[in-house]
Design a protein around this ligand. Structure first.
Ligand code: F0G
Length: 398
């Protein structure tokens, strides 16, 4: 069943619905399978390892074997920060971001419903992922992108997988409003994270983290927050495993936003349960350049219920954390993903995080998503002839 998170109105799983027809609030899928933890044993490590928790017909799934991403222990950062740290590398998904988990379930649902066109607004990754999964399913795909604000790798993916890419003169929030209107007119099936089936796939990040830690919850999960779907999804995942009796503790959900795009941090500081939209969000981390996050209510609830925290980081802190992770641990992530590491550093510095905590930072997208940022952050290569003497002079000098 699908249920409104505010008034509790229930809808059938086969209804095409994005917000509550009674009160206008956002929806969630209720999923309570009766299985024991043992059913997962010996299964391949993809997100479909937990298929009983996915509310779609398992014989019809559209998959690129997403999920099953690495959980890397980060010893050098641990030494620097004095905590126990694991990084969940979502850039290892088929299209290079966590969105693939949500799209696998979302596109499977689209096939079940028998729609022929899907669409989204996106800061980049959602469109890249949707384009790939729509191609695999043979569906028409329309994506609306904020003009000039989508990183090159993501744009290349959306175009190359055959989506109809439309550049909107406006920001993500305006593009989302436009595509939602198209969806409400029945012109396409909307696969932004307001669609509750998207979050059903993304909750598997939570499943995998506790599974990989030996059926134990970390003390805290830290992740970047944009449209706020992912933090809500991960919380839903760990909560479902907790309610099923698979784990005995829950993590403190900690959301990080860029200073110029932080409506959720502001709402939490003001003690509100919903955001006031921000007109002109701005940050170097274009993936999270969002002023009116759709899943804000769910995210604020997740942070509150879990005893977590919300913090902002500056663009400079994001870029420094991105480089630090790449150069000390070998993990290449896009700027938005580095917000989780920047947030961790800031919260350890301000003693909001205890030194004895076991922490998982979710890094959401691959470094190559935004090659311009990476190249501009580095000293450019020296060009010389392939002369051994000159080469050895340069190498010793550097
Ligand atoms: N990190 C990356 C790399 C993202 O692409 C996004 C969102 C987020 C974090 C934030 O996740 O929205 O669930 O809070 N990108 C969306 C997109 C908005 O269109 O690709 P969220």
């Amino acid at each position: 069943m699908i249920k409104c998170i505010s008034c509790g109105k229930k809808y059938g799983l086969d209804e095409i619905i994005y917000t509550c027809r009674v009160c206008g609030s956002i929806l969630e899928v209720i999923c309570r399978p009766e299985v024991s933890r043992e059913v997962f044993e010996c299964r391949k490590f993809t997100m479909w390892k937990y298929k009983e928790f996915m509310p779609v017909d398992e014989s019809k799934i559209v998959t690129l074997e997403e999920g099953g991403t690495p959980l890397c222990r980060c010893q050098k950062l641990e030494d620097k920060l004095g905590i126990e740290l694991y990084v969940k590398v979502e850039g290892s998904n088929p299209t290079g971001s966590f969105k693939d988990r949500g799209m696998s379930v979302g596109i499977t649902k689209a096939m079940e419903l028998g729609v022929d066109a899907v669409g989204c607004a996106s800061t980049g990754n959602t469109s890249a992922s949707l384009a790939a999964y729509a191609a695999r399913a043979g569906l028409k795909c329309i994506v609306l992108l904020p003009s000039g604000k989508v990183a090159l790798g993501k744009l290349a993916q959306a175009m190359f997988h055959g989506a109809e890419v439309i550049s909107i003169k406006g920001n993500f929030d305006e593009a989302l409003e436009a595509v939602t209107a198209l969806a409400n007119e029945g012109k396409l099936y909307l696969l932004n994270s307001v669609n509750p089936f998207r979050l059903e796939g993304q909750k598997s990040i939570g499943f995998e983290i506790v599974d990989e830690l030996g059926w134990r919850s970390p003390d805290r999960i830290i992740l970047p927050v944009g449209n706020a779907g992912n933090i809500s999804a991960i919380w839903k995942g760990v909560l479902e495993f907790y309610e099923a009796g698979f784990i005995e503790e829950l993590p403190m959900m900690t959301g990080i936003q860029a200073e110029g795009a932080a409506p959720i941090v502001r709402a939490i500081r003001e003690g509100k349960d919903d955001i006031k939209p921000l007109e002109n969000p701005e940050t170097v981390a274009t993936a999270i350049r969002i002023g009116a996050p759709v899943s804000a209510k769910k995210a604020i609830r997740a942070i509150g219920e879990s005893g977590g925290y919300a913090e902002t980081v500056s663009d400079l802190e994001i870029l420094e954390a991105q480089k630090l992770l790449a150069r000390t641990e070998g993990i290449g992530v896009e700027p938005a993903s580095a917000a989780s590491i920047a947030g961790l550093i800031k919260l350890v510095g301000s003693e909001k995080i205890d030194k004895d905590e076991k922490i998982v930072c979710v890094v959401t997208g691959h470094l190559l998503k935004d090659p311009n940022i990476a190249i501009n952050a580095c000293k450019q290569p020296i060009e010389i002839e392939a002369d051994v003497e000159k080469l050895s002079q340069i190498i010793t000098k550097n």
